[in-house]
Ligand binder design. Structure first.
Ligand SMILES: [Zn+2]
Length: 112
C-alpha cells in the first residue's frame, strides 16, 4: 500500500511529545499523596480525596472527592498545564481533536 502523507494540524506544534501522546491515547494517571491536614479534614466530613497526576508529565491533574464508606464520587475536577502544551493557544485555548493529535503523533514518531 502506498504511503500517504499525514496532514498535521499546525496547532499541534506547540504540544510536547507527552501531550501529544496523552491527547492521542489518553492520560496515564497515578495517585499522589494528599496533604495530611486536607486528608484528615475530608475524613471528618466522611469524605476521601484522591489526587491523580499523569505519569507522562503532560501536566494533567485530577482531583476526586468520594464518600468515605461507599467510595461514590461526590465531585471531580480536572486541571491541565498552562496553555502551550496539552492545551493549544491558537484559535482559543483548548484541546485539539483527538484525530488531529494522532496525525501529529504519527508524523512525529514515523508512520510505520
Ligand atoms: Zn497526560
Amino acid at each position: 500500500m502506498a504511503a500517504r502523507r499525514l496532514r498535521v494540524d499546525a496547532r499541534t506544534k506547540t504540544m510536547s511529545r507527552e501531550a501529544l501522546t496523552c491527547r492521542s491515547f489518553g492520560h496515564s494517571p497515578v495517585p499522589v499523596p494528599v496533604e495530611a491536614k486536607e486528608r484528615l479534614g475530608a475524613k471528618r466530613k466522611g469524605q476521601r480525596i484522591i489526587q491523580l497526576v499523569c505519569s507522562r508529565g503532560c501536566g494533567y491533574e485530577r482531583r476526586i472527592i468520594a464518600d468515605w464508606s461507599t467510595c461514590e464520587v461526590i465531585s471531580q475536577t480536572s486541571k491541565y498545564s498552562d496553555p502551550g502544551s496539552y492545551l493549544v493557544k491558537e484559535h482559543g485555548a483548548g484541546r485539539v481533536p483527538r484525530q488531529a493529535s494522532r496525525a501529529a503523533f504519527f508524523a512525529l514518531v514515523g508512520d510505520e
